[in-house]
Design a binder for this molecule. Structure first.
Ligand SMILES: [Zn+2]
Length: 467
């Protein structure tokens, strides 16, 4: 039926109004993703956020499936949505921690954990069916088979304790990003996070731990990866075989397929991030992903153990920002003095800026609070925080304080807020560049990109890194 022009006009107006209202729904909040806008406050306390001119904070996430009843989960989700909406209404971008580790409890903190001590096992037995809408049907293979394993079938673990405190009988181990059931669990976790309205997650422990993973899924996926990426002729010439389904997985440098194996490990982590992002974006189209990558625990720069392959993660469609635990362990950036004092993180930041092509890089860097830094005076704390923030900003990174925001830091944040328009859309630029090669590192060769960067900096030569 044809309507009269006036009615059609009225309908058009109504439709436009509906579209307008739809855009103002809290679910359609779009975060500002320019690094120059990002000033991260470590607690969602409004007075604190305002005082420090913060634009980003940590919001309320979804409860963990395995820790709560379904009823508690639903209540927690509603509460999280309300909290996050309130922060959005005030203009804050809201991020959230999400772990990819699998927890367990052994008899004491001295025991070697056993697979049947993984807590997820109880959830798989008794709780899974309450969350089938998130997780699908219960898999036949139980969680003891989802974790990354060494060639002999044993698994690595970690026990967390705040600095200066004893570890407990709690342990964490890690799911294999090539295991379809672990991946399904993580898809459920990230979906729940996205549904709470947060703008993004940094996913802790997205890695393939050192000396792993030699599970059946990794073996199968590695063969598929080689078929796609290593021409048979090249494999024949290099290793004398192209029978990818039947090769022995390399365990150390020098063994056939070692270089490809390390690249595959990074590839597995990157594809895992890609999948997490794809799922989250079904529920929140602007959802941002980062792993907790690049740094920490002695593995150093561009390493596959702690970081994955930064160049793979920096591509579009993979990480939207980078959360980097550069911390105090990054010895090679570029050195520590005789007292163990780290001199600078600048080369690492330059590398991250290059690998991510200007996406926001959050650095979780130097602990300036006790007990790592005992008895700091007020003046010292202020100066330290200002140096840290300035070094980060100079390299287009977003500084995250661990727990203490001193008056000196507050002054810096005020300055950055006042000059935000000068920082927006700015990219590092110089006439001198250092090529930072991941390939060298993956082949266990020394790479001098970081040292070269330091020498240039000491001589006052502005430079960038290229990947
Ligand atoms: Zn595996």
């Amino acid at each position: 039926m044809r309507s009269k022009p006036l009615i059609r006009y009225a309908l058009l107006v109504v439709t436009m109004l509906m579209v307008t209202f739809a855009q103002e729904k809290p679910g359609t909040w779009t975060p500002d993703t320019d690094w120059g806008h990002w000033r991260l406050g470590q607690k969602a306390d409004l007075e604190f956020l305002k005082t420090n001119n913060m634009t980003i904070t940590f919001g309320s996430g979804a409860p963990s499936f395995e820790d709560v009843s379904r009823e508690e989960f639903n209540r927690g989700m509603e509460q999280a949505k309300t909290n996050n909406r309130a922060l959005h209404d005030k203009g804050y971008i809201v991020l959230r921690y999400l772990t990819s580790s699998i927890h367990g409890r052994s008899a004491s903190n001295k025991d070697e954990p056993k697979k049947d001590q993984i807590r997820m096992l109880q959830f798989w037995r008794n709780g899974w069916s309450d969350y089938e809408d998130y997780l699908g049907l219960k898999p036949a293979e139980d969680p003891t088979t989802w974790i990354t394993v060494r060639p002999d079938g044993t698994f690595p673990h970690y026990r967390y304790a705040p600095y200066g405190q004893e570890t407990t009988n709690e342990f964490e181990t890690w799911g294999c990003p090539n295991n379809p059931y672990f991946t399904r669990l993580m898809e459920g976790r990230i979906r729940a996070q996205a549904e709470t309205g947060i703008d993004g997650s940094y996913i802790d422990w997205t890695q393939i731990a050192g000396g792993t993973c030699y599970c059946g899924y990794c073996k199968r996926n590695f063969a598929a990866y080689l078929k796609k990426n290593l021409p048979a002729k090249v494999a024949q010439a290099k290793y004398g075989t192209d029978d990818y389904d039947n090769i022995a997985l390399p365990k150390k440098r020098g063994e056939p397929f070692w270089a490809e194996w390390n690249t595959f490990r990074g590839y597995s982590v990157a594809e895992f991030h890609h999948r997490m992002r794809e799922v989250a974006r079904k529920y929140n189209p602007n959802f941002m992903i980062s792993g907790n990558v690049f740094g920490g625990f002695g593995y150093g720069p561009i390493g596959y153990d702690a970081a994955g392959n930064m160049e793979m993660l920096g591509r579009d469609g993979y990480d939207d920002f980078v959360y980097s635990e550069v911390q105090e362990y990054l010895d090679s950036a570029p050195r520590k003095d005789e007292q163990g004092t780290k001199i600078s993180n600048s080369p690492a930041f330059k590398f991250l800026a290059a690998a991510t092509h200007g996406k926001p890089v959050i650095v979780y860097a130097t602990e300036i609070t006790p007990p790592i830094f005992p008895h700091p005076t007020e003046n010292c704390l202020n100066a330290m925080s200002q140096i840290n923030i300035a070094e980060a900003v100079a390299n287009h990174a977003v500084f995250r304080e661990k727990r203490l925001t001193s008056a000196g830091a507050t002054q810096m944040y005020r300055f950055l807020a006042a000059n935000e328009e000068s920082l927006r859309n700015v990219r590092l630029h110089a006439n001198v560049a250092v090529v930072a090669s991941l390939r060298q590192y993956l082949a266990h060769e020394l790479s001098f990109a970081f040292s070269a960067s330091r020498v240039l900096a000491d001589n006052g030569i502005a430079h960038v890194m290229l990947t």
